[in-house]
Each structure stands twice: as structure tokens, then as C-alpha cells.
Design a protein around this ligand. Sequence first.
Ligand code: NAD
Length: 485
Amino acid sequence: MTHPAQPKASHFINGEYVEDTAGTPIPVIYAATGEQIATVHAATPAIVEQALSTAKAAQKAWAKMTGTERGRILRRAADIMRERNHELSVLETYDTGKPLQETLVADATSGADALEYFGGLAASLTGEHIPLGEDWVYTKREALGLCVGIGAWNYPTQIACWKGAPALACGNSMVFKPSETTPLCALKVAEILIEAGAPAGVFNVVQGMGEVGGALVTDPRVDKVSLTGSVPTGKKVYAAAAEGMKHVTMELGGKSPLIIFDDADIDNAVGGAINGNFYSSGQVCSNGTRVFVQKGIKEKFLARLAERTGNAILGDPMDEATSFGPMVTENQMNIVLGYIEKGKEEGARLICGGKRADMDGYFIEPTVFADVTDDMTIAREEIFGPVMSVLDFDTEEEVVARANDTEFGLSAGVFTKDFTRAHRVIGNLEAGSCFINSYNDAPVEAPFGGVKASGVGRENSKEAIKHFSQVKSVYVRMGDVEAAF
Ligand code: NAD
């Protein structure tokens, strides 16, 4: 019997499901059991061509609709997503292995927020009138044209919406390529947009590995590329986009600092560290994986952290009581287990976890290392799994310098009751998305994105509009033209 997660076909182009079985088969594995639940096929050159030519053809008419009309469609799509939240959350859980307890509140709901927010903004995208005596200049905020979105595997619904909603609000069309690891959810986003009234061809989904992503990025018809992925992929995609002078948004990896001063509320700080390391089993780009704890409260913090981490419920992700799911793939599990071994070898003190859980699926116990030093591999490289490194510090000046000593700059957090210090420390940290007495909140109203190697551009908020539109200026002369001859 066909599994309920199996999509009708691999791709969604011009308002309908499209198949081409000549493309390389991509198995979809349910991470909680290791069972294959679906198969899609990578896009062949013919499918890539179909998607790009369709999106190119659909864009002009979409941009000519009023912002109110485009916005209404996006807001309708948001309503449909919310009505179907349960069904979409189950699919997200099949796609990623994340527990339903999370997917019910963080995926289709976050996607719907983006569709609603950018739907609401669509009608307000206007230019300026700049008076120049008798003459004037007016500006128009115009769409970029055809945009490509490329996703990572941790938030397949959210990433499709965080890219698709602002792109469409501005009058662009999009070809979206999900991660080959989680190909299912973006197809539902495309289906829902059509049901909400989007013209066929404005949002298309094609499957495939990096090769398909590469074919999209290098196509001369493409005006913008928005990637969510790792730093090495980001460097390749940015370079390829530069070759064609295309706009880019790069949402890449991180190794973010979470700084806990000794006046912090310990339980809130422990809660922040748990949210910033173990949500989605640690597969979150903005995670605060370097937890700097001021020496005075170190042992108290570690004891409370170990106690609360012991309350994580590992199990069937479809059971809403389960609070901690598996790694997305066997390969990712092995990468993370490799880092845990490195942590042990390099002398970090294991506080809890530290191994694969004794159950089916790709589960790793939530793991905490203490006495981590700045040069250890687990303190330098992005692990993308449930491995928290706790480092000690004495002074504010010292911790800020150490926190900034990394190529990454996605996020940063600080816990303290001293608000003057909190703002000063955040002001001195090299990071794009920061938190005070909290960690990992990502409301659509707030800009999201990194500095340094963690990325270029911002998603969400009004900032995202700037990255999916451009300004045309028009000089209007009322009198005669003066010329030298
Ligand atoms: P990845 O870099 O391996 O792949 C990301 C996407 O890029 C995939 O769809 C992949 O098929 C595609 N791709 C690979 N090579 C390509 C190429 N040459 N040209 C075009 N496309 C190509 O990342 P991943 O393993 O899927 O995701 C994990 C990474 O993503 C982590 O580093 C994580 O921090 C990052 N991430 C960042 C954010 C953010 O918003 N900053 C969010 C989620 C994940």
C-alpha cells in the first residue's frame, strides 16, 4: 500500500503535479524508523526548463496585479495552512522526524505567519515622490523577476514560505528546490497557493540534489537566489550567482554564543540553553551551541541543566508527549556521533547523553559537555545536532572577545538581570539575530539573518522586502531641456 506521505508526483509546475521518472530516484526515509515512506525523482534538464520557463512567463502578469490582490491570495493561503495545520504537521514530521509536539506549533504555523504578514504588506509597497523645484523624481518599488529558492532540511515548510511569501508579495515568481532530504512539504505549499487563487506558474517546486540547484542558480533568466544551507554550499552558490550578477540572500550556518552571567535567573538561563540546543534535536542554524557560563554559577547551572535534560521524552514523534526526535538521517546521526567522540577525545567533561539512544531510528541522546575550551573541535565547528558545549568565563570583556572569535555570526544571546550590561554586550557581539533573556524566538515581524560567514541579507520583517524588490527612479522634467550644443 502507498504510504500517505507519498506525493502524487515529484514536482509542482504551472499549477499541477508533474512527473519525470527519468530523474534519479530520491528515497524519503522516515527518521524515526528508518523505513522508506516515499520516493521522488530529481528534476531532469527538461523539468528544470519547464519550471524556469513557466515561472518566467507567469511573473509579468503577477506583478501587474495590485498589491491588494496579491496580498489577498497570500492571506487566503495562510488561512488554508492554518485550517490544515494538523495534516501538514504530520507530513512535516514524516519529512524531518521532528516530533509532532513541535511541528504542530512551529512549521505550518510559521509558514502561515509569513504568508499572512507579507500578504498584509503587499499593498503597501510604494515608492517616493521627490520634489526638485518644478521638476520631480518618483520612485517605484519593482519586483526583481524570477527568483530561485533553495532549502535546507530542518524546516521544509517554513523555509518554502519564508522565501515564497515575500517573493510573491513583491510580484516575483519563484522556482523552489527543497532539500533532497526533505522533499515533501514544499509541494503542499505550492498546492495551497494554487487553491488560494495564485496564478499557475508563480510558485513552482522541483526536486533534486545540488546539481539541480546549480542548474537553477546559473540560468540567465534567474534574477535572484535565496539559499538556506551550510557555509560551504553558500560560498559556491554566492559565487555562481555573482557570475550572473544576480541578487542573493544567504541564510547559512552558525556556532552562536549564549552568554550567561552569574546574576541570571538560573532556570530561565537553563530554559534558554535547552531551547537553543535541543529544539528540533539541535538541527537549528541559530542555535546557541557555545554556552558561556560565568564561573560563580557554573556547577549550579550544570546540575539544573542535567536534571532538566533528563526530562526529555525520546520516542515516537507522532506521539504528542514526545519532546525530542531523531536526527534527520542516518548520515547526520553519524556526523554528530563523530563530534561527540571528538569532544570526549579532546578532554571535554561529559555531563549527560553522549551516545545513540537504544531504540529504532536515528536518535541521539541530548548531550552536554562541560569544561569545553575555545580550541576544541566541538567549540569551533557547527555540529547541527543535540550537542551543547559549556565553556567557563570570568569577565565581560573576555567573554565578548571569545564569543566573537569565530568565522560565523548568525545569532547570540545573553542572560543577565543587569539590562545595561545586556544591551552593551549584545551591542558588542558580531551577530545578526540576537536575544536578551531568551533564545531562538523567530517571529515573522523580526529580521532574521547573519553577519560574517553566516550570511548576506535578511529574511522576515520589512527587511525581506528590500531583498525581493528593487527601486526604479524616474526623473520628470517640466520645462525645456538645456543642452551644451
Ligand atoms: P546544504 O548546504 O548541504 O544544502 C542546502 C541546499 O543547497 C540543499 O537543497 C542542497 O541540495 C542545495 N545545494 C547543495 N549544493 C548546491 C550547489 N552547488 N548549488 C545549488 N544548490 C546546492 O545544507 P543542509 O545540510 O541541507 O542544511 C544544514 C545547513 O543549513 C546547516 O549549516 C545550517 O546551519 C544551515 N541552515 C541555515 C539556516 C538559516 O536560516 N541561517 C536555516 C536552516 C539551516
